[in-house]
Design a protein around this ligand. Structure first.
Ligand code: ARG
Length: 585
């Protein structure tokens, strides 16, 4: 929690006891950030909520509380407002001390978790031999950001890529591979199967149109499950090829994951069904083994089942997730499990969790979150497609974003009359383009559908990555212009807050820790984006009103320190989003 808020809460609790006796020790101070800066920084509604209990008017209660409050080292004398709110305004000297203290800290004063938790973040998770689509891109970007935030907090994070690398579709893929490339099943060398998506389409076509092929495909599934060597070899080949293609995207995004696909849990599936049976939860319905869910009904109001074993003996997506859940709790020692998928899978996870809970597989202290997100839409408001109506390939999408970023950059260079090398332009465009894609996705509340627009995401103005990257560079420019290395400001240099803009900036700088701990709870990365965007705006206001390099000492050093702290806060915040700040553009 925010240390200032913590201190205020402690003092408040003591004041309540001093004013009204020990019965009031546990009363919530109801402290929140003030809704409007003119009311100060924090506000308490406690007096209003105590009115009935104490049988006194709230304003009188507020006065009594203030008389007993000892917050003079933090705030100006608190004031009563409206029907009985208590307003707190932080003292400049207190803010100065806080800022001076974090100035020398690489974590900017943000504490590490006292008891690090083991957290599994299940994200990205594309399917073998299929296109990694924009939904997977969202999962990859949001999941990576959540993992980065938890890692920064000091949690022990396991980033798992739950790739769809198992299932009956491999029957047709292997059968087709046998047909078109029989040598692939016997050679030990890596093979390039060409474009896997086309390969998948052709195999599917064969499966849909040719009954004999369908039968071969079915037999292939049985052989693969029985562990036949050549079938496994074919399966591995397909997985390797997909993996190479996925890796190109992960490298571009600079995102790291540990692959642990569905196949990993395959040996654990029979035990899932057995244990559900032992727990008395299993019901046979038309040959399929299932657990009936509470609160899920079909159109006719009939309860819906979660099928864990099909009538042909095969297992499915949900069975694998049940096995994975148990494994992560028992073997990985997870205290928290976070699934990042599109909102369309909300029912799937709700069903899986309900069954696991009923079976007693989730200890009370294990927290499980499904982090849903909305669809990616084109600018026409429909599902994102290429002009010719095909699904957009991620490789092309990222290349397009980089090309758009390049155009914006070239434009800026032209306006500034600057010549730069090809290498430089390619590198900056790459950072701009990839950052733009990530930021555009993260800056919206993830629940909403997301309208994909290259032009908007690389815009120089507004809440975009490019805007923030420029803000950072501009601050570095101040140090270059003044020929000052921020690092040389010295340990005895002090921040002094006099102007309104300085105070506003100072207060905002001290709030990153609170924003991060909120995101750790509600898993909404857009809070970090909003914070950074606000920070840049507040910095600009400060920079417009308060001369930095032309001020007299000690104000000059103090303002340079504010510049440095802003730059470092931006850099840290961007790094949590998976965006690398550039020193110069
Ligand atoms: N492979 C799935 C898909 O593409 C996502 C898997 C998400 N994770 C999970 N544990 N079910 O939709």
């Amino acid at each position: 929690m925010n240390p200032t808020l913590e201190k205020l809460k402690n003092q408040f609790a003591q004041a309540l006891v001093a004013a009204f006796g020990s019965d009031y020790a546990g009363v919530d101070a109801m402290l929140v950030s003030a809704s409007n800066p003119k009311f100060g920084d924090y506000q308490s509604n406690a007096a209003l909520s105590l009115a009935k209990q104490l049988g006194k008017p709230p304003r009188a209660i507020a006065e009594t509380i203030i008389q007993h409050l000892d917050v003079s080292d933090i705030c100006e004398t608190p004031s009563v407002a409206g029907p009985g709110f208590i307003n707190f305004t932080l003292k400049p000297a207190y803010l100065e001390a806080q800022l001076n203290a974090i100035q020398t800290d690489s974590r900017l004063g943000i504490a590490l978790a006292k008891n690090p938790k083991r957290v599994v973040v299940d994200f990205s998770s594309p399917n073998i031999a299929k296109e990694m689509h924009v939904g997977h891109l969202r999962s990859t970007i949001i999941g990576d950001c959540i993992a980065r935030i938890l890692e920064f907090q000091g949690e022990d994070v396991l980033r798992l890529n739950h790739v769809g690398d198992w299932g009956t579709q491999f029957g047709m893929l292997i059968a087709y591979l046998r047909e078109v490339c029989p040598e692939a099943l016997t050679t030990a060398n890596a093979l390039d199967l060409g474009d896997l998506v086309t390969f998948y389409k052709k195999a599917k076509q064969g499966f849909d149109e040719d009954e004999a092929f369908q039968e071969t495909a079915r037999q292939e599934v049985v052989k693969l499950q029985a562990g036949a060597e050549d079938s496994r070899r074919a399966w591995q080949l397909l997985c390797e090829q997909s993996r190479r293609e996925f890796q190109v995207i992960y490298d571009r995004l600079n995102i790291h994951l540990t692959e642990r696909g569905e196949s990993f849990y395959n040996p654990l599936l029979p035990a899932v069904v057995e244990d559900l049976d032992k727990a008395g939860l299993l019901v046979e319905d038309a040959g399929a083994k299932c657990v009936f869910l509470e609160g899920f009904t079909n159109k006719d109001g009939q309860p819906l089942p979660l099928i864990v074993q099909k009538s042909d003996g095969g297992y499915n997506y949900a069975t694998t997730d049940l096995a994975a859940l148990r494994y992560r709790i028992q073997k990985d020692g997870a205290d928290r499990i976070i699934y990042v998928t599109d909102a369309g899978q909300a029912n799937h996870f709700a069903g899986v969790l309900q069954v696991a809970r009923k079976a007693g597989w989730i200890p009370d202290n294990v927290e499980i979150d499904h982090v849903p997100f909305g669809l990616v839409l084109g600018e026409d408001g429909k599902k994102l497609k290429t002009r010719s109506g095909e699904t957009v390939r991620l490789k092309d999408l990222l290349a397009q974003a980089i090309a758009h970023a390049r155009a914006v950059l070239e434009d800026c260079l032209k306006k500034e009359n600057r010549e730069e090398s090809e290498e430089y332009k390619a590198q900056v465009a790459q950072v701009f383009g990839i950052s733009a894609v990530k930021y555009a996705d993260l800056s919206l509340n993830r629940i909403s559908n997301y309208i994909f627009s290259y032009d908007k995401m690389v815009a120089l103005q507004g809440n975009t990555a490019v805007y923030l990257l420029y803000a950072y560079v501009r601050i570095q420019g101040i140090s270059r212009k003044g020929d000052i290395d921020f690092k040389d400001l010295g340990a005895d240099a002090k921040i002094l807050l006099q102007e309104k803009e300085e105070l506003v900036l100072a207060k905002h700088l001290l709030q990153l820790g609170e924003v991060i701990s909120n995101v750790e709870q509600d898993l909404l990365p857009n809070r970090v984006c909003e914070y950074l965007y606000e920070l840049s705006k507040k910095f600009n206001q400060f920079f417009e009103q308060c001369p930095v390099l032309w001020s007299e000492e000690p104000v000059r050093t103090s303002r340079l320190m504010l510049c440095d702290l802003t730059a470092r806060t931006l850099q840290l915040g961007l790094s949590l989003l998976g965006i690398q700040a550039l020193e110069r553009i």
